[in-house]
Design a protein around this ligand. Structure first.
Ligand code: ZN
Length: 195
């Protein structure tokens, strides 16, 4: 080996080694950085997806917890839809009934078919007065206003029937001149929906 070679070879090896190291480090560094970045962004998106799934799960649970208001027993789907809307509106407007009766036997088809409810203002058998009277009238007005939306067949309040017969403006309930309290609806608003 010449002196030249003795001198140059280690230098060349050294350069190659250093270059290789640099390249290696750079490559490693790039690869590592890249894969770290990839895995970071990957784990981040997985975390986001997990967070979204968690949010969805919580929302679904909240929805399930906020169960729809149960239908009054043995009422039709249309009656229940009306009932829920009337409950919401009258609760917000502070004119909600004091008690309610829907399905029952009757000589007329509405209650036995589950498509009528009686919304009592005050006590059954006692003529509604004061707040009970104004609340019952507010309920009747809301029902008349929303008769199309909730497929209402007719409403009766205080001896007056509101129906397509009379264009929802109200016509006298037959045989109510003497003002029989319950029969003539002075203590409750009667509402029926179509079949
Ligand atoms: Zn009734």
């Amino acid at each position: 080996m010449s002196t030249f070679t003795k001198r140059i070879l280690p230098l060349a090896l050294g350069v190659a080694l250093v270059g290789g190291l640099i390249a290696g480090v750079a490559g490693t560094s790039f690869a590592q950085g890249d894969s770290t970045a990839l895995s970071a962004s990957h784990s981040e998106s997985v975390a986001d997806l997990t967070a979204d799934a968690e949010t969805d799960r919580i929302a679904a649970e909240a929805l399930a917890a906020a169960k729809p208001v149960p239908c009054p027993a043995r009422t039709t789907a249309k009656m229940c839809t009306l009932y829920r809307a009337a409950l919401t509106a009258s609760t917000a407007g502070k004119y909600k009934w004091d008690s309610i009766g829907c399905y029952r036997q009757d000589r007329l088809p509405y209650h036995p078919e589950g498509r009528a409810c009686d919304l009592v203002y005050g006590t059954i058998g006692r003529r509604a007065a004061g707040d009970n009277l104004s609340d019952g009238t507010a309920m009747k007005n809301w029902l008349v206003k929303n008769h199309t939306k909730y497929k209402i067949d007719h409403i009766i309040w205080r001896g007056v029937i509101y129906s397509p017969n009379g264009n929802w403006k109200g016509h006298p309930q037959p045989n109510c001149n003497s003002g029989k309290i319950t029969e003539c609806h002075y203590d409750h608003v009667h509402v029926a929906v179509v079949r």
